[in-house]
Design a protein around this ligand. Structure first.
Ligand code: LMR
Length: 350
């Protein structure tokens, strides 16, 4: 009996072992498709695109359009994840995040770049760019090329220029039409030495702060003036706390679409080509969109009873130009003589 039980348990253990080996082989075989899937997943490229404005702005819409085009063109092998409204990083933090590789794409306003690379102060020269056509020529021409070259020293690669619009002045005190109207104001500015100078020459104080903090600081009374495009004033409801708006078109707010250079160079050449193609299409679309939005949102603002909009008269504009002229001499050295000459030539060509 004992030996029978011994043989019986031996057989049972053998059967169980055989079953277990078979089961684990099946497990390994079964994991094959999963492995393949994971390999495929690895090959997918994720581009985290961080920006600070609302989704229904020229930059917000362009970022979404770009993401959609990339999805289509790459057959979903590249995914652009857009993070608007500064939910990931403020415009102050995004350069470091890009350098670390935490995000792969940003589109900062030019003035933010001027804080890192002085040549970008070129876009903060007052009244240097008379109209949208000139701006587009700047983006597509020598000035744009020279400025993109400056990014390489910081391991960044410029891929496109996106448009927003001309900047307008606003205040919660009274209309800003003569330089004397700026007295007693503290303006929120982007971190640009030229913008600091601009307001000093107009007789106002300045505080630099990220876009995400603007509304709150106006509401609390810490600052009482700011300059921005119609789309930013409209979508961030700045008009609610800045009812006096002057259409001055004194400066241009646009964006450089930038990637981390190492990241860009490591991409497959074919992927880079598809991304470049998507960017070209997005940029052409963004130019039209920015002009349209500016018009539409200005019309909406004009309809608001609590918002007071005035446009500088030609004589008032001449006064501003004269008062702000010293900025050109002051920033000639950091911007560079060559770029300054190209900007001066624009006035002749217009
Ligand atoms: C601002 O900070 O006022 C703008 O640069 C925001 C933006 O990116 O348009």
């Amino acid at each position: 009996m004992k030996s029978f039980l011994g043989i019986f348990s031996f057989v049972i253990i053998g059967l169980l072992t055989a079953w277990f080996i078979g089961f684990s082989t099946e497990l390994t075989a079964g994991s094959k498709p999963v492995d393949e899937e994971q390999n495929g997943f690895k090959q997918r490229v994720i581009i985290k695109f961080s920006h600070v404005v609302a989704e229904n702005t020229p930059k917000g819409l362009a970022a979404e359009k770009f993401a959609q085009l990339v999805k289509e063109k790459t057959n979903d092998q590249v995914e652009v994840q857009v993070f608007p409204n500064g939910i990931l990083y403020s415009d102050k933090e995004e350069f470091k995040a890009l350098a670390r590789g935490d995000i792969q794409m940003i589109a900062p306003a030019f003035s933010n770049l001027s804080n890192v690379i002085p040549e970008w102060l070129a876009f903060d020269l007052p009244f240097a760019y008379p109209d949208q056509n000139t701006i587009h020529r700047v983006f597509d021409g020598e000035i744009g090329k020279v400025l993109f070259q400056t990014l390489e020293q910081k391991n960044m690669q410029g891929l496109a220029f996106w448009s927003n619009g001309f900047k307008q002045m606003s205040s919660n005190q009274h209309p800003l039409l003569r330089p004397a109207d700026f007295t007693g104001h503290t303006f929120r500015i982007l971190p640009s030495k030229a913008l600091e100078s601009q307001f000093k020459l107009l007789g106002a104080k300045t505080v630099a702060m990220p876009f995400t903090e603007v509304y709150h600081n106006i509401e609390s009374g810490y600052v009482n003036g700011q300059e921005n495009t119609i789309s930013n004033i409209f979508t961030k409801h700045l008009y609610q706390v800045q009812p006096y708006i002057t259409i001055s078109n004194h400066g241009y707010l646009g964006y450089a679409v930038i990637v981390n250079k190492d990241f860009w160079e490591k991409l497959e050449p074919h992927t880079r080509d598809l991304l470049t193609e998507a960017l070209l299409e997005t940029t052409a679309w963004n130019r039209q969109q920015a002009i349209e939005m500016d018009k539409q949102q200005l019309a909406l603002l004009r309809r608001k009873k609590s918002v007071f909009i005035q446009t500088l008269t030609p004589a008032q504009k001449e006064t501003w130009i004269r008062v702000l002229q010293p900025i050109y001499k002051q920033f000639e050295a950091p911007i560079g003589k060559e770029l300054m000459q190209k900007i001066a030539d624009l006035q002749v060509q217009k």
